[in-house]
Ligand binder design. Structure first.
Ligand SMILES: [Zn+2]
Length: 112
Protein backbone atom coordinates (compact mmCIF):
# COMPACT_ATOMS: atom_id res chain seq x y z
CA UNK A 1 0.00 0.00 0.00
CA UNK A 2 1.34 3.42 -0.90
CA UNK A 3 1.60 5.93 1.90
CA UNK A 4 2.72 9.49 1.33
CA UNK A 5 6.27 10.39 2.26
CA UNK A 6 4.95 12.84 4.85
CA UNK A 7 2.80 10.19 6.49
CA UNK A 8 5.68 7.71 6.60
CA UNK A 9 7.82 10.39 8.23
CA UNK A 10 5.13 11.31 10.80
CA UNK A 11 4.53 7.72 11.89
CA UNK A 12 8.27 7.03 12.03
CA UNK A 13 8.86 10.05 14.28
CA UNK A 14 5.83 9.35 16.47
CA UNK A 15 7.42 6.02 17.42
CA UNK A 16 10.99 7.33 17.59
CA UNK A 17 12.06 5.19 14.69
CA UNK A 18 11.47 1.94 16.58
CA UNK A 19 9.14 -0.99 16.02
CA UNK A 20 6.24 -0.73 18.47
CA UNK A 21 6.15 -4.49 18.86
CA UNK A 22 9.76 -5.59 19.35
CA UNK A 23 11.56 -2.27 19.83
CA UNK A 24 14.12 -2.78 17.08
CA UNK A 25 15.58 0.34 15.51
CA UNK A 26 13.91 0.55 12.11
CA UNK A 27 15.95 0.29 8.97
CA UNK A 28 15.01 2.91 6.37
CA UNK A 29 17.45 1.85 3.70
CA UNK A 30 17.00 -1.85 3.15
CA UNK A 31 13.47 -2.80 2.25
CA UNK A 32 14.14 -6.53 2.20
CA UNK A 33 15.67 -6.80 5.67
CA UNK A 34 13.67 -8.05 8.67
CA UNK A 35 14.11 -4.70 10.40
CA UNK A 36 12.85 -2.64 7.43
CA UNK A 37 10.40 0.11 8.38
CA UNK A 38 6.78 -0.58 7.56
CA UNK A 39 3.54 1.08 8.54
CA UNK A 40 1.11 -1.29 10.25
CA UNK A 41 -2.61 -0.99 10.85
CA UNK A 42 -2.65 -1.52 14.62
CA UNK A 43 -6.22 -2.82 14.39
CA UNK A 44 -6.25 -4.74 11.10
CA UNK A 45 -8.47 -3.40 8.35
CA UNK A 46 -10.06 -6.84 8.10
CA UNK A 47 -11.15 -6.47 11.72
CA UNK A 48 -12.59 -3.02 11.42
CA UNK A 49 -9.45 -0.91 11.80
CA UNK A 50 -9.60 2.47 10.13
CA UNK A 51 -7.26 3.96 7.54
CA UNK A 52 -8.48 7.48 8.19
CA UNK A 53 -5.96 9.81 9.78
CA UNK A 54 -2.90 8.49 11.61
CA UNK A 55 -4.50 7.07 14.74
CA UNK A 56 -4.56 3.43 13.64
CA UNK A 57 -1.05 3.42 12.18
CA UNK A 58 2.07 2.34 13.99
CA UNK A 59 5.72 1.91 13.04
CA UNK A 60 6.61 -1.74 12.70
CA UNK A 61 9.53 -3.76 11.47
CA UNK A 62 8.88 -5.96 8.49
CA UNK A 63 9.26 -9.13 10.54
CA UNK A 64 6.64 -8.19 13.17
CA UNK A 65 4.29 -6.76 10.57
CA UNK A 66 4.37 -9.97 8.49
CA UNK A 67 4.10 -12.11 11.59
CA UNK A 68 1.15 -10.21 13.08
CA UNK A 69 -0.46 -10.11 9.64
CA UNK A 70 -4.23 -9.66 10.00
CA UNK A 71 -4.40 -10.37 13.73
CA UNK A 72 -5.04 -7.93 16.53
CA UNK A 73 -2.21 -7.65 19.07
CA UNK A 74 -4.25 -9.78 21.48
CA UNK A 75 -4.74 -12.53 18.90
CA UNK A 76 -1.07 -12.38 17.94
CA UNK A 77 0.09 -12.65 21.55
CA UNK A 78 -2.33 -15.52 22.13
CA UNK A 79 -0.73 -17.35 19.20
CA UNK A 80 2.73 -16.65 20.63
CA UNK A 81 1.54 -17.88 24.02
CA UNK A 82 0.40 -21.16 22.48
CA UNK A 83 3.83 -21.50 20.89
CA UNK A 84 5.45 -20.82 24.26
CA UNK A 85 3.21 -23.39 25.97
CA UNK A 86 4.20 -25.99 23.35
CA UNK A 87 7.87 -25.21 23.89
CA UNK A 88 7.48 -25.45 27.67
CA UNK A 89 5.81 -28.82 27.25
CA UNK A 90 8.66 -30.06 25.05
CA UNK A 91 11.26 -28.82 27.52
CA UNK A 92 9.42 -30.66 30.31
CA UNK A 93 9.44 -33.85 28.23
CA UNK A 94 13.16 -33.44 27.60
CA UNK A 95 13.83 -32.90 31.28
CA UNK A 96 11.86 -36.04 32.10
CA UNK A 97 13.91 -38.03 29.58
CA UNK A 98 17.14 -36.71 31.07
CA UNK A 99 15.91 -37.68 34.55
CA UNK A 100 15.13 -41.21 33.35
CA UNK A 101 18.61 -41.52 31.82
CA UNK A 102 20.21 -40.28 35.05
CA UNK A 103 18.15 -42.73 37.12
CA UNK A 104 19.13 -45.55 34.78
CA UNK A 105 22.82 -44.61 35.04
CA UNK A 106 22.64 -44.39 38.83
CA UNK A 107 20.89 -47.74 39.05
CA UNK A 108 23.52 -49.35 36.87
CA UNK A 109 26.31 -47.79 38.90
CA UNK A 110 24.86 -49.10 42.17
CA UNK A 111 24.49 -52.59 40.71
CA UNK A 112 28.15 -52.77 39.68
ZN1 LIG B 1 9.42 -5.64 15.28
Amino acid sequence: MGYSKAKKQRIFERYNGCCVYCGVELNLDHYFEDDAYEIDHFIPKSQGGTSIGDANFVASCKKCNRNKHSMTVEQWLEKKKKKLDRLRFQIKELENSICLIEEFKNERASND
